[in-house]
Design a binder for this molecule. Structure first.
Ligand SMILES: *Cc1c(COP(=O)(O)O)cnc(C)c1O
Length: 409
């Protein structure tokens, strides 16, 4: 099955229209009041978390990486169904703390945390993932200034790389984490300082569709964490194995085999982690895998024009809201995200058109030469895989077009 058809099946078809939260797209558009908009399907968020729970060992805790989609309603919804949040800025931290999730289940990662952010994190009581030795100095100072003992973990930059990741964030020199070879010194220093050292975190890459690679990276990560814990002679209470589970964006992408990842994680937990760290919280942290497929970006056709034999559907949205679909967010070669004419699902696919945004730049392509039903001004174009790294990963001020609405449906 193509990626697009699998997504159509997930969302559903009501009377020839894409269903979001069970409602036909025209009704969802009327509710939004204007186009373009992002709609996130609540049911699909629940389904995805349930799939993860079924596949992963029950003792593994699920952390949602808020940076993938920080919309407060999404974070609130997930607060009831995941175990923890991973945040990467003070503002994300405040969004996570607005939910029922307790501060000790919020971890704050990311390079370049300012002294002010560290003080906020210390005051809030979240787990601060240290990204460098300098940050350790600053967090100790923040603890003294705030009058609270900081809860800290060390993010470790492993010596190994995770192949096949869309974005590599570990192995070699990195701005992320403390190199594995110097981590023991930092850990022993933390153990002598006025901080509560809880554990270790490795996040080495993102957007990986290969179960075998994820499995071996989880095993290597677990082995590294156990080795560091042994060396330090400390019983960790927090072990964060990272994530990196990818979603299929392009027609040729093969979706991740989640059950294979889950099976391997069962044996990593039983063979590597539990014998050494019987009572640690074991955490997997995921962003796009949880929210990416639950979101669509919907934009209306403003103009249909033919230029020297090529058909263009010009829409009222574009890369200023959904940069990733234009191919300008981490892609090397531009390929199309799955796209449909959301109010004409049952019409024959008898046209080929390029869906282009309204921004005055040739970069604003949302779908190049896509096989679609014939569409006219007023029709609704829906672009899938917009639930993660959509609106907040886009240059919204570029060209000063109106904002996009966001809704949880
Ligand atoms: C970005 C990030 C994530 C989430 O990555 P996804 O590809 O969205 O799953 C998780 N952890 C950390 C530390 C990150 O920086």
């Amino acid at each position: 099955m193509t990626v697009r058809n699998a997504l159509l099946e997930r969302f559903g078809n009501v009377g020839g229209e894409l269903a979001i939260g069970g409602e036909p797209l025209s009704i969802v558009a009327a509710r939004a009041g204007s186009t373009p908009f992002f709609a996130y399907d609540r049911r699909l968020l629940h389904e995805r978390v349930a799939e993860l729970r079924a596949a992963l060992p029950s003792e593994v805790q699920l952390s949602y990486a808020v940076k993938a989609n920080p919309m407060p309603a999404v974070v609130q919804c997930l607060s009831g169904i995941v175990d923890r949040f991973d945040v990467a800025s003070a503002r994300e931290m405040l969004t996570a703390l607005d939910t029922d999730t307790p501060a000790r289940r919020v971890s704050f990662a990311g390079p370049g945390k300012t002294a002010a952010e560290l003080s906020q994190a210390v005051a809030a009581g979240v787990t601060i993932e240290l990204e460098s030795e300098g940050e350790a100095d600053r967090v100790i100072a923040a603890g003294a200034a705030v009058g609270r003992r900081p809860r800290v973990a060390v993010r470790v930059n492993p010596a190994f790389e995770v192949k096949g990741s869309g974005m590599r964030m570990g192995g070699g020199p990195q701005q992320f984490g403390v190199d594995a070879e110097v981590a023991p010194q930092l850990i022993s220093r933390l153990l002598r300082s006025d901080v509560e050292f809880v554990g270790l975190h490795v996040f080495a890459g993102s957007q990986n569709l290969r179960a075998d690679i994820l499995a071996s990276s989880q095993r290597q990560t677990a082995e590294l964490i156990v080795q560091l814990a042994d060396g330090a002679g400390v019983a960790l209470s927090y072990v964060n194995l990272g994530g990196g589970f990818g979603i299929p964006y392009f027609e040729t992408d093969v979706p991740l085999d989640l059950s294979a990842v889950g099976q391997s994680l069962h044996s990593v937990v039983d063979e590597v982690l539990r014998p050494a760290l019987p009572s640690a919280d074991i955490v997997v942290e995921l962003g796009r895998y949880i929210v990416g497929e639950a979101g669509v970006y919907v934009t209306r056709v403003v103009d249909r024009k033919v230029s020297r034999g090529k058909t263009f559907l010009v829409v009222d949205g574009g890369l200023h809201h959904q940069l990733a679909a234009s191919g300008n967010f981490g892609q090397v070669i531009r390929r199309n995200y799955p796209v449909v004419v959301g109010n004409r699902l049952d019409a024959p696919t008898d046209d080929v058109a390029s869906v282009v945004g309204c921004s005055c730049t040739p970069l604003d392509i949302l779908g190049a030469d896509v096989a679609l039903p014939h569409a006219e001004p007023g029709d609704l174009i829906a672009i899938f895989q917009a639930g993660a790294y959509g609106l907040t990963a886009s240059p919204t001020a570029f060209l000063s077009h109106p904002d996009a609405v966001e809704m949880l449906v």
